[in-house]
Ligand binder design. Structure first.
Ligand code: MCN
Ligand code: CUM
Length: 788
């Protein structure tokens, strides 16, 4: 991309250092737990040891006897205000605190309010609860059997554990193509339950000011405005009205989707503050975070791919059972119960496809999206990239050659996929060819043949993914009815400095830098003179928040559009000041000048001052603009990743020797930030591929409830990421940019699995579910008769 602005201005394409980092690096960030208010009380939560049990009795007397414990709040207390249940983002219902029974291990059962955090914790230990255990359902397939205990007994009409059935695509045409197919492959793929592990856990400080009737909540949320509206809708009947609710999302220590849902702790803290009139702080500890907060994935997929002997793909058919835990609390757009799973035809030009998903209740924590993936796209990408590889291997074709044969071609864009998405732009072969060149693909294949002859295990795996981000166009995308636009409000001060506010909320993505770069690009103000603010609902314009890599596709677009309104007005002011006709003015970053006489110019700073001191008669004073941007389409970033693995025959350990990642997110605002996003994203793809999984035993006990056994990749396990990019601008985005925040996490796991299966294919291995642990590989090797 050619740069339009000089480094002193620092518009798009400049590697501007992150302006937020000095405060983070010096420990001067302002996170929720840094908020300390006078007379603040602390809340801690009593959690269930059982996965399914009736609550026979709650004895709070010993807890209340502890000096400093002020109250123990139970479901019965909330029931009086009809606040014991709340709606989920998918219009299901979720307990705030249970009245009758608990539905998963670590569920909130009661809350202790105390003068000190440690006293609150002592109070938690002293609450005595009698439970009558009930039969537990952990396996979603068993949950669907006719004799399975019905879990949601709170729903009088519910006679089973089936939540919804959703299907998409052309079933008849797909079945027909399958019956005519020369080759088909079929595989069961389980994508296990995993959990985001942001450095900061969830929490809030709720402060209800009884005199002003105003509720202020500092909260770890990715979507402050939506939360404000939800609070007003849920608690309007107890007097919380939206203009008197202020949600402040201060610095956030990582979101990754886990800070989209409303957790009971927030609601209980708010209730406790409303009842006492004092500020109440609730901060989860690490184990509560991993055991009770929203999970990701947990998709049991059966996929089939059909094609011809020459390798031409024709159709895809998928059936999935989605384990949602005890309530469907996924944060999907309302119309899409399985998120954007139907982007599962990926980068390939298929004739038809059909996908079915059934949502199921089990005795596990609720959720259904969080972990750096816009609404089930990781599941979709993993499935199609595994299946494509399977088909290539089955046909004895090279996996790269096979992909190149089936890719949607550049001239086919805008391309309508077999499942109805309109891909905006792409050059899939370009990205794959670059990755192949960078990794030295042909040489690796030769090396593999030699090594195999010597009995060594080496594999090369490709993932050529298509992402779908930037929800979304209002005709299809809403959350609880709220259309998924986003916003920018830009004010230029008389001295030529800028305040820019957004409806999104950075959790580490660097918005304070990149949005300022967009303003610099559009208006020529130096990045340093632009202050970016987000996250305070009293000041920021209404927006749907940051997740699904939507900030660049939606809010950065809003920023550009608002800047263009300002520029139109600035041009009029400049024409007035220069006594020239508007049409005779030309723009170069930072100033308007009269065509042909470059020294007759007015800088954007001079124009800013004039907007308040010497503006044209009849024109409104001031220089500001707001834009609510409804994107015409989503953006479809893509990439090709190639992973090289070596497998230790003795231990079954998989070593990622090389990992080349070529990404394309259209025009780039800040290459350094994008590289950081990809490095982090790749590491969050490596984790689920090799280490991370949350499992439950038959009684519903969580088996990976702490970092002792939930493995995260550290620097030791993380390979050197070799990254690069191509640029295929989005034709509909005002800056030509696409989102990038999740691409690497979405695309990486399939490349790793494909590499491992490639290394073991000659031993009869066809598929391995993630995480690919040494134990799984060791067993496959021993079953295949491989000796150390
Ligand atoms: N960017 C850019 N040029 C582009 C695209 C993006 O310079 N063409 C920049 C953006 O301006 C922004 C960053 O890259 O500073 C990410 O932009 P985008 O892809 O629009 O994603 P969001 O800002 O909406 O961030 C959300 C995304 C998601 S959904 C998860 S999950 C995730 C991710 O970001 N969570 C993160 N990356 C994270 N990074 C950190 N540090 N912390 C998290 O919680
Ligand atoms: Cu679903 S992880 Mo991100 O969309 O916040």
């Amino acid at each position: 991309m050619t740069l339009k602005t000089p480094p002193e201005i620092g518009g798009m394409g400049h590697r501007v250092k992150r302006r937020e980092d000095p405060r983070f690096l010096r420990g001067q960030g302002n996170y929720v737990d840094d908020v300390v208010l006078p007379d603040m009380l602390y809340l801690d939560i009593v959690r269930s040891p059982y996965a399914h049990a009736k609550i026979a009795n709650i004895d709070t007397s010993k807890a209340l006897a502890i000096p400093g414990v002020l109250a123990v709040i139970t479901g019965k207390d909330l029931e009086k205000y009809n606040l014991h249940w709340m709606p989920t983002l998918m219009s299901d219902t979720q307990m705030v605190l249970p009245v009758e029974k608990v539905m998963y291990q670590a569920q909130e059962v009661a809350a202790v309010l105390a003068t000190d955090r440690y006293i609150a914790a002592d109070g938690v230990d002293a609450v005595e609860i009698d439970y009558d255990p009930l039969p537990v359902v952990v396996d979603p397939k068993k949950a669907l059997e006719p004799d399975a205990p019905v879990l949601r007994t709170d729903k009088p009409d519910k006679k089973d554990n089936h939540i919804w059935h959703w299907e998409w695509g052309n079933r008849e045409e797909t079945d027909k193509l399958f019956s005519e197919a020369e080759v088909t492959v079929k595989e069961d793929i389980y994508i296990p339950r995993i959990h985001v592990s942001s450095i900061e856990t969830c929490g809030c400080v709720a402060h209800f000011d009884k005199v002003r009737g105003k509720l202020t909540v500092w909260m770890t949320t990715q979507a402050p405005h939506a939360i404000r509206t939800v609070f007003a809708l849920v608690a309007g009947h107890v007097g919380l009205s939206e203009e008197k609710i202020q949600i402040i999302s201060p610095d956030i220590g990582g979101g990754f989707g886990g800070k989209v849902p409303v957790y009971p702790g927030y609601v209980i803290a708010v209730a406790a503050s409303v009842l006492t009139g004092k500020p109440v702080k609730w901060i989860e500890d690490r184990m509560e975070n991993i055991q009770a907060d929203s999970f990701a994935r947990d998709y049991h997929i059966t996929a089939e791919l059909a094609g011809k002997k020459d390798g031409q793909l024709t159709a895809l058919r998928i059936k999935t059972i989605a384990d949602h835990g005890y309530t469907d609390a996924a944060a999907n757009p309302s119309k899409f119960p399985a998120g954007l799973f139907h982007v599962c035809t990926g980068s390939y030009d298929l004739k038809a496809a059909h996908v079915e998903v059934d949502g199921v209740y089990t005795n596990k924590p609720p959720g259904g999206i969080a972990y750096r993936c816009s609404f089930r796209v990781t599941e979709a990408v993993h499935t199609i990239e595994r299946m494509a590889d399977l088909m290539a291997h089955q046909l004895g074709m090279d996996a790269a050659e096979f992909r190149l044969k089936n890719f949607i071609q550049p001239e086919q864009f805008p391309y309508t996929s077999a499942l109805g998405w309109e891909y905006d732009s792409g050059n899939y072969a370009g990205a794959l060819r670059l990755a192949m060149e960078k990794v030295g693909y042909a040489d690796l294949r030769k090396e593999q043949i030699e090594k195999r002859a010597r009995g060594e295990l080496m594999g090369v795996g490709i993932s050529s993914f298509t992402e779908i981000v930037g929800a979304g166009p209002s005709k299809h995308f809403d959350i609880l009815g709220l259309k998924m636009f986003d916003s920018a409000e830009i004010r230029v001060h008389p001295t030529g400095k800028v305040l820019a506010r957004f409806g999104t909320k950075s959790q580490g993505q660097g918005h304070e830098t990149t949005y300022a770069q967009v303003v610099a690009e559009e208006l020529g103000f130096p990045v340093d003179s632009v202050l970016v603010e987000e996250g305070d609902t009293d000041t920021a314009p209404y927006g749907l928040g940051t997740y699904a890599s939507r900030s660049t596709p939606v809010a950065a677009a809003a920023c550009a559009m608002a800047c263009r309104k300002i520029k139109d007005k600035a041009r009029k002011i400049a024409a007035y000041l220069l006594e020239a006709h508007e049409d005779d003015l030309e723009w170069e970053p930072g100033k308007f000048f009269v065509k042909g006489s470059p020294d007759r110019a007015k800088t954007i700073q001079e124009i800013s001052l004039a907007a308040y001191t010497n503006h044209p008669p009849g024109m409104e004073a001031g220089l500001e603009a707001v834009n609510y941007y409804d994107p015409p389409n989503l953006t479809y970033p893509f990439g090709s990743y190639i992973c090289v693995v070596d497998i230790d025959k003795g231990t079954g350990e998989v070593k990622v020797r090389r990992f080349v990642a070529i990404d394309d997110c259209g025009n780039i605002i800040n290459p350094m930030i994008v590289e950081g996003q990809i490095h982090g994203g790749l590491t969050m793809g490596l984790g689920p591929a090799l280490f991370e999984e949350i499992q439950y035993d038959e009684s519903g006990n969580i088996l990976q409830g702490s970092f002792m056994n939930y493995l995260l990749p550290t620097a030791v396990e993380t390979p050197n990421w070799e990254i690069g990019n191509t640029v295929t601008p989005s034709p509909h985005h005002p800056l030509g940019a696409k989102g990038v925040g999740e691409s690497a996490t979405v695309g990486a796991p399939a490349a790793i699995v494909n590499a491992v299966v490639d290394a073991l294919w000659h031993l009869g291995v066809r598929h391995i579910d993630i995480p690919i642990t040494p134990a799984k590989v060791w067993k496959l090797l021993r079953d295949a008769g491989v000796r150390e």
